[in-house]
Design a protein around this ligand. Sequence first.
Ligand SMILES: [Zn+2]
Length: 125
Amino acid sequence: MARVVSKNTKPERAVRTALRSLGFRFRGHTNALPGTPDLVLHRQKSVILVHGCFWHRHQGCARTRVPRTRVSFWTTKFRQNVERDRTVRRALKGLGWRTLIVWECVAEDPRRLRRQLLRFLDGAP
Ligand SMILES: [Zn+2]
């Protein structure tokens, strides 16, 4: 199944910039972990997954609409994406990694993003 992934998307760049400015060290797109996570913080044994609201179905988000045509195609596609995300998170958790999903709409708001990152990473690099 094709994964809807592009590396170094705009929200992902925003998360990288925020992490850097907060002093956290990280690596990107580690093939060694399930799902090739976007951002890996080894010291915190934490993984950050940056998700587009539309493709990954951010619940309650205005960007999570279903196109009017080919509805069953989209519904299937979305379900596969969500299931895949769940499988990846479960696999990472099973290996002892903490995971955080940063939604695209949050990544676009620098203050919300910083707050979310600090909460997840427990404040200090
Ligand atoms: Zn959203």
